[in-house]
Design a protein. Structure first.
Length: 220
């Protein structure tokens, strides 16, 4: 029996064990296959792991209409890829505010997304997330707040947005190479971001007179 003679029921069973790339190639054999297998391809692409990859590609290439289409077809916005990131986390890493807005408007959780935006220096994204309900003082596994992330990476504009939205300058996390706790200003000093230190001090972060362990005193 040739492939062209295989009954539809068997073709659909074959489709269930293929990944999206292979299924996409398979349905291009002829019009019959395309008609039969296009719907299963869409369904497969919307499965959690594949959906995150599709969201990621759409966000990176500014294909916001694809994001809307996937949402309209029921894609899980809280699905995580193998790296543990969701569609919104990828949008914040890339800095695609339009994609992030679409995801937020459709109920995407802001968990970890604000830290991602702060880490990569997207001030506009940070404002969008905070305005959308993200916890300005939320903590991730290492107890860092978004303010800590921005201080470590030296993003002054992000620091200002977070401070404008009430970020706690006294929040502490474990310092690098130490078990002692430090604030955002200590982290900024440790990483050598003098401009960030100044902004934090001007915002009321205390200028401690000593150092924490082997870490630099936060003075400018």
């Amino acid at each position: 029996m040739s492939l062209l003679e295989v009954p539809n029921e068997l073709l659909l069973l074959i489709a269930e064990v293929l990944d999206p790339k292979d299924l996409s190639a398979f349905l291009r054999v002829n019009r019959r296959f395309a008609s039969l297998l296009t719907s299963p391809l869409y369904s497969l692409t919307l499965r959690d792991n594949y959906a995150v990859s599709a969201f990621k590609c759409a966000a990176r290439n500014r294909c916001d209409h694809i994001i809307k289409f996937m949402i309209s077809k029921g894609a899980n916005l809280e699905a995580k890829g193998l790296d543990g990131r969701t569609a919104l986390t990828w949008a914040t890493m890339i800095g695609n505010e339009a994609a992030a807005k679409i995801l937020l408007e459709n109920g995407a959780s802001t968990r970890d997304a604000l830290h991602s935006a702060a880490r990569f220096g997207w001030a506009g994204m940070v404002k969008l997330l905070v305005d959308g309900g993200a916890d300005v003082d939320g903590r991730i596994a290492n107890l860092a707040t978004p303010l800590h992330m921005a201080a470590m990476y030296g993003w002054v504009d992000v620091i200002r947005v977070l401070l404008d939205h009430g970020a706690d300058v006294l929040a502490r996390k474990e310092m690098p190479d130490s078990t002692e706790q430090g604030t955002a200003v200590h982290l900024a000093a440790w990483y050598g971001h003098r401009d960030v230190v100044k902004v934090l001090l001007d915002a009321g972060s205390p200028d401690t007179s000593g150092v924490i362990g082997n870490h630099r005193r936060p003075v400018v």
